[in-house]
Write a protein that binds this ligand. Structure first.
Ligand code: ADP
Ligand code: MG
Length: 373
């Protein structure tokens, strides 16, 4: 689960990492009082500084106008529904530090650079030598020599303070079972280090260890987006992608094939969502909930089912229940089903006034043009 900056910063503070004081604003909020501040769009994607969604304000008029402007923006397809107002920090130097799990190597890494800030991608691209990637043992954690290497690489006079901060960041990473904790920039200020940005990604597979935290974070996200944010069920694999065609399949192979077919038809999928080998109406319902709650607007929702172990009458039951209970009519729904209990499944769909496709290519074509029901 990816967190907003304000959520990441709240978690950092729990672990003793300093952040600027801040308050969250929503659409319709009126700002009063005259003080220099920074207003920052709250979205799950980065690059806000470069997109003009981080604004330094001097006066009350500035703040009001900046808030209005930020809340009318859409960043990388994501509408901005909240902005964080923060105290303005005097920056002497911007560092980059993060701890992330390297899935390929199977080890966690400390990543650090003395060239932090909004140009970090360019630094990584053009000057990889300016970025240190230090693996450490995931059971033992970083040892003193790891930390001193990072501190030396970043060359600051505040060695003790930076060592302490790295330890806190590691404890946050470990205790939250995070996939990523990133501070970019970590600002060196006349009063020490302050995390000016926070990117935290929690590991969905560790939800059972932090169920209250996940619920609270999800509730906050629902309040901001105005949409229900659904828990990821165990059997459902969900990977968000960049396109606008919601996709649900009942097998990974079918899902991959359909992704390719969507591309062949000139479309882009909004996700890869696979329900696992053995499904039931509840899982079908949850998958529809999950994909239709996409933060980006969908052109269509394509459901591709091949009944082997799965029964098409049960899948149809889940679809019909979802469409009627949720009054799901705004997004065209394109369903293709075949295999076990196919005729029964089709009858349930038709009795409910929903049509089904026989041919996969036809269904994909309909989803790409935003057609369907
Ligand atoms: P993003 O990574 O999405 O571009 P950041 O939160 O990193 O957004 O902000 C971009 C830049 O804005 C930072 O590199 C920093 O220079 C500046 N900035 C952000 N927050 C503050 C703050 N509270 N005080 C002063 N400058 C800030
Ligand atoms: Mg940043």
């Amino acid at each position: 689960m990816k967190l907003y900056e304000f959520q990441g910063k709240a978690l950092f503070r729990r672990f003793g990492i300093a952040t600027p004081d801040g308050v969250l604003h929503r659409k319709g909020d009126v700002l009063t009082g005259d003080r220099p501040c920074v207003l920052k769009a709250q979205t799950l994607s980065g690059g806000r500084g470069k997109a003009g969604a981080v604004v330094l304000c001097e006066t009350e008029a500035d703040r009001g106008a900046a808030l209005e402007k930020i809340l009318s923006m859409t960043l990388k397809g994501e509408p901005v529904n909240a902005a964080l107002e923060e105290e303005r920090v005097e920056i002497e130097k911007e560092f980059y530090i993060s701890i992330a799990f390297d899935g390929e190597a199977g080890v966690p890494l400390i990543i650090a650079s003395a060239s932090g800030g909004t140009d970090i991608e360019e630094v990584a691209d053009k000057h990889p030598e300016k970025i240190l990637k230090l693996p450490f043992d995931s059971l033992i954690g970083p040892l003193d020599y790891h930390l001193s290497r990072v501190v030396k690489f970043l060359s600051t006079k505040r060695t003790k303070e930076l060592t302490g901060l790295l330890k806190k960041l590691y404890i946050a990473y470990r205790d939250l079972n995070a996939a990523l904790v990133e501070i970019n920039p970590l600002a060196e200020t006349p009063n020490g280090f302050v995390a000016l940005d926070a990117k935290v990604e929690l590991d969905d597979d560790a939800e059972s260890l932090h169920s209250e935290l996940f619920d609270a974070l999800r509730k906050e996200r629902s309040e901001i987006t105005g949409r229900t944010v659904i828990a990821q069920r165990d059997t459902i694999t969900y990977v968000p992608l960049d396109g606008d065609i919601g996709l649900i399949s009942d097998g990974a192979g079918t899902g991959m094939l359909t992704l390719d077919m969507i591309r062949d038809h000139g479309g882009y999928a909004a996700d890869f969502c696979e329900m696992g080998g053995l499904t039931n109406p509840e899982i079908m319902y949850s998958a529809l909930e999950r994909v239709s709650a996409s933060e980006k607007p969908l052109r269509s929702l394509l459901v591709v089912l091949i009944g082997g172990f799965n029964r098409m009458d049960e899948m149809a039951e889940g679809i019909v229940k979802f469409v009627s209970e949720r009054a799901f009519t705004k997004i065209p729904l394109v369903v293709r089903l075949c295999g076990t209990m196919e005729e029964e499944g089709k009858k349930i769909m038709r009795d409910a006034g929903l049509s089904v496709y026989d041919d996969l290519d036809d269904a994909v074509g309909a989803a790409v043009v935003g057609g369907g029901l």
